[in-house]
Design a protein around this ligand. Structure first.
Ligand code: ADP
Ligand code: MG
Length: 691
């Protein structure tokens, strides 16, 4: 099987397999659930389980697992064998019932619950999500599942995402009715572009920070960075090519349509873009993609770094979440030929605009982690300020509803390449803005803030929900309107007037924008500790409650888990730094200072000048002092943080004291690195890792 058409999707229990293996009524019922969101007829579970089991065993599976996404953002699985011993005879029998397919009871106590599940009530419950395809990987049938406590509170990322899709479907249909449309389903579609770094496993193993935290915590910039721009779309090195071959094959077999892979702007950085699919599948596929990337890297003598900022002063990695809305296959964010008269499109844009402006905090929080804080606002990454790029044409069109002027329907233009043999094609009439955190890109919005290691479940849950809320408000108005057309015009005009502050078509990386955003009253939640408390603002609790996404109890628990996760991450980073400073960096710096001092004595005896040795040893001795003092201070701070009981105060301590101390420690160590001989430095430098 070497042709992609022969092996694409072979490890997925997909529509073709279902059609072939299920009795017609079971197939039809399951299809109703998958396509139209009807609840599943449980009486058919045994039939479906039997077919799934037969298919999986055929593919070499011996085990099955409910595969779920606890609030840690990574996936969890608990493997059970398909086989059991027959009572009486002791013979091996294959055993997988409808009940096994639908639910399982993993011990929930090892997953974060933010106080939702007392330890005495450790049981959790997973429930099969039939709308995301089961697949086989490493001898195991993976069954995508939701995860909740025994009391029914959700403990995962999938459940709120599915709830948000349901809310959006409901509200979008209410609005579409006024356009004479009644689709079966309105589904958010997502394509998540994934950035990552690949490093050689030999250097990886020599760095504690890479091994423990997945990123470097020390390291002076290499003399040559990305300034020459020679990496982007450059020649893909050999080991990496092999990695990509492994990766593609593994992804394609699991039905994940990975499309483009090319070098990113930074050295050793790459990107993978899958073809978009519904938001739930896209989220599962992205989780699986990250797993497979790590495995494929190992198989090819590499390590895949998914951390948001693995190297200082080099681009970070993000995930571009491309989002659109599909009504039975019609993209509601497609402006069509004549955008100005496409009121449905304009209303959709307004819905996103209003949602993003009203819930900047929730959107920011949906991508807030300690790791992503290091990236946002940094080199080649959007700032922590939420704004939207709509481009001039859309902005002018919306504005025309306010002042009653008319805009000329924008003509797309032939791209003037100036070479006759090249094909002529039209551009889409609008240039791209690559600096915007939330950019309209032709027929979709591209949300560029998610970090590379994050699940995209939460940001999509928030986007779906805030858009559902806008659509709900629009539908409420139109349901009561005498003149629907006039009402639509006034909705567009009102949204533009009230929310135009969120539109920013300029350069988001500039300092001027930070000031301008402040004048506009936009939030600038520069770190997670600042952002998280807004999660529990009453307007946010009201929003998520109204649309049935999360109740107040579930929100408090999530808030706790996020705060905890933030502190834990920084704690591990800090402890790793202390460890490396004390046991590797200081000994190396002091050894070299000692060597220099010995040299000074020897040279003085021969009446030679010792000024160079003295200068370097003075610089390094100062570095050593700072490294010692800062690492001691850091260690003490981590100690005191560990006994703090107030979670907000703890997070604040990490943001305001621990991180600055880590930065000072790093600065001193990185300076020392520039003077200590290569052979004496205790681990590989950026030059050795990246170039
Ligand atoms: P661009 O170069 O315009 O960013 P690409 O074709 O590279 O576009 O697509 C980027 C990502 O956006 C891909 O993952 C793609 O599948 C996804 N995408 C394209 N169209 C849509 C859409 N209508 N809705 C959601 N995602 C989309
Ligand atoms: Mg893109």
């Amino acid at each position: 099987m070497n042709k992609i058409t022969e092996y694409f999707g072979t490890m997925v229990f997909n529509d073709t397999v279902r059609k072939k293996m299920l009795p017609p009524e079971a197939y039809a019922s399951l299809q109703e659930t998958i396509e139209n969101g009807r609840s599943l007829d449980i009486s058919l579970a045994n039939v479906i389980a039997a077919a799934m089991k037969e298919w999986a065993i055929e593919k070499g599976a011996t085990h099955y697992t409910h595969w779920f996404q606890p609030m840690t953002g990574i996936t969890a699985e608990k493997h059970d064998s398909f086989f059991s011993l027959e009572k009486g005879t002791g013979r091996i029998i294959v055993d997988f019932s409808g009940k096994d397919l639908i639910t399982s009871e993993p011990d929930a106590s090892s997953f974060p619950s933010g106080g939702l599940r007392a330890t005495f009530e450790a049981r959790g419950c997973t429930a099969w999500d039939p709308t995301s395809d089961a697949f086989v990987k490493n001898d195991t049938l993976y069954i995508p599942s939701a995860f909740c406590s025994y009391g029914g509170e959700c403990l995962d990322r999938k459940t709120p995402l599915l709830r948000s899709m349901q809310a959006l479907d409901l509200q979008a249909k209410r609005l579409l009715k006024h356009f004479g449309l009644s689709p079966h389903r309105v589904i958010p579609m997502v394509g998540g572009e994934q950035e990552y770094f690949l490093v050689d496993e030999d250097v990886y193993h020599l760095r504690e920070d890479l091994k423990i935290t997945g990123k470097t915590l020390f390291g002076a910039p290499a003399p040559k960075g990305q300034e020459l721009d020679d990496h982007y779309f450059g020649v893909i090195p050999f080991k990496v090519k092999n990695f990509m071959t492994t990766l593609d094959r593994e992804l394609w077999m699991r039905g994940i349509p990975a499309k483009t892979e090319h070098n990113e702007a930074a050295p050793c950085q790459y990107e993978l873009a899958p073809i978009f699919t519904d938001c739930n599948r896209a989220t599962d596929q992205n989780q699986l993609t990250m797993d497979i990337m790590k495995k494929a890297a190992k198989e090819n003598g590499l390590r895949c770094l998914l951390a948001e900022k693995p190297f200082n002063s080099v681009n970070g990695s993000g995930k571009h979440n491309n989002w659109s809305l599909s009504a039975d296959g019609k993209n509601l964010l497609d402006p069509g030929k004549d955008m100005a008269s496409n009121k449905l499109f304009l209303l959709m844009v307004c819905a996103v605009m209003k949602g993003v402006d009203n819930y900047q905090d929730l959107i920011r929080i949906s991508v807030a982690t300690a790791g992503n804080d290091l990236r946002l606002g940094g080199y080649e990454a959007p700032p922590a300020i939420i704004s939207m790029f709509l481009g001039n044409r859309i902005t002018e069109t919306l504005k025309s509803f306010v002042n009653g002027s008319s805009v000329a329907a924008g003509e797309s233009q032939q791209l003037p390449l100036g070479v006759n043999v090249l094909p002529q094609f039209a551009n889409d009439g609008e240039d791209r803005n690559r600096t915007s955190p939330f950019a309209f890109t032709g027929n979709k919005f591209e949300f560029r803030m998610p970090g590379s290691s994050m699940s995209i479940a939460m940001c999509n849950t928030v986007i779906n929900t805030v858009v559902a809320e806008s659509l709900c408000e629009f539908a409420d108005i139109l349901d009561k309107a005498d003149n629907v057309d006039a009402s639509i015009n006034s909705i567009i005009a009102n949204v533009y007037t009230s929310h135009k502050r969120i539109i920013f078509n300029g350069n988001n990386y500039s300092k001027a924008w930070v000031e301008e955003a402040q004048r506009r009253g936009l939030l600038n939640l520069s770190n997670t500790a600042m952002a998280l408390p807004h999660y529990l603002d009453s307007k946010n609790i009201a929003l998520l409650g109204k649309h049935g996404i999360l109740n107040e109890k579930e929100m408090f628990s999530r808030y706790d888990v996020m705060l905890d996760e933030y502190c834990k991450t920084i704690n591990v980073d800090g402890a790793t730094m202390v460890h490396m400073a004390r046991r590797q960096i200081l000994p190396a710096v002091l050894a070299y200072v000692n060597e220099l001092c010995n040299s000074v004595s020897n040279k003085e005896a021969r009446l030679l000048s010792t000024s160079v040795e003295l200068s370097i040893s003075t610089v390094l001795n100062d570095c050593a002092t700072s490294i010692f003092e800062e690492s001691e201070a850091l260690s003490a701070m981590l100690e005191s943080a560990s006994v703090m009981t107030n979670k907000e105060e703890r997070a604040e301590l990490f943001a305001e004291n621990v991180i600055p101390c880590m930065n000072r420690l790093r600065e001193a160590a990185d300076k020392a690195e520039c003077y200590v001989p290569k052979a004496m430095w205790p681990f590989p430098t950026y030059t050795e890792i990246l170039l």
